[in-house]
Design a protein around this ligand. Structure first.
Ligand SMILES: CC(C)(COP(=O)(O)OP(=O)(O)OC[C@H]1O[C@@H](n2cnc3c(N)ncnc32)[C@H](O)[C@@H]1OP(=O)(O)O)[C@@H](O)C(=O)NCCC(=O)NCCS
Length: 181
């Protein structure tokens, strides 16, 4: 399986994870602003374990959430990429595209730049037939990324996240889809 996958975009290097990413990743996962649309922030142990799962996914499937590094400063700013998703909703199992950036890196188009490259990677390199994205209905910034990279809303596919209890404010999710062009 692909071990050394790396993508260069105009302003970013998308790469597998380094030990030096763990601390800034834990910091963004502990930030309530970044995690507003998730059920909770993560402890540093949970954040590290997430990186372990992402890296195991790269080994197993050849794709995952890429660590994002700014080309101009070398700074780690978060992650964007593809992840295998399998929970109890009609359109899964399948491959989900997602993004999570440090708040200081928002508003520069970095997520959109990385997400476009991740879609390309999924379709051209991994030969996927379809890529999904979903988020809580209130997460407008994330939906704007989906729209900017050309994903199409599947209104009939909106769903209640089965891992969140009834009445949870984040339970209702919107679904977007992309197919190879
Ligand atoms: C979702 C998230 C990645 C979006 O980040 P973002 O910076 O708003 O998204 P983009 O990278 O596409 O940047 C777009 C913004 O940068 C601006 N921008 C500046 N320079 C730009 C450029 N060269 N190209 C594109 N956009 C640019 C755009 O105008 C836009 O700002 P606006 O929304 O105020 O109009 C970010 O909010 C985040 O990490 N949230 C927390 C984690 C999360 O919720 N993840 C999704 C879970 S499903």
């Amino acid at each position: 399986m692909v071990k050394s996958v790396e993508i260069a975009t105009d302003r970013l290097i998308m790469r597998r994870w380094k030990l030096s990413d763990l601390k800034p990743f834990a910091a963004l996962n502990a930030d309530p602003v970044v995690m507003e649309h998730f059920p909770s922030t993560l402890s540093s142990e949970e954040s590290d374990a997430l990186v372990d799962r992402i890296e195991a996914g790269f080994d197993e499937r050849g794709y995952g959430w890429f660590a994002l590094e700014r080309r101009d400063t070398g700074e780690f700013i978060g992650c964007t990429g593809l992840i295998y998703a399998d929970f109890d909703v009609p359109f899964l199992p399948g491959v989900e595209i997602g993004w999570r950036l440090a708040a200081g890196a928002w508003g520069h188009g970095f997520a959109t730049e990385a997400a476009g490259a991740a879609l390309w990677y999924g379709f051209e390199q991994c030969k996927l037939d379809e890529i999904f994205s979903f988020t809580a209905v209130g997460n407008r910034p994330s939906q704007r990324v989906m729209q900017r990279i050309g994903m199409v809303r599947d209104r009939a596919g909106d769903f209640d996240h089965p891992k969140l209890e009834e009445g949870h404010p984040l339970r209702r999710h919107v679904l977007y889809r992309a197919q190879p062009s």
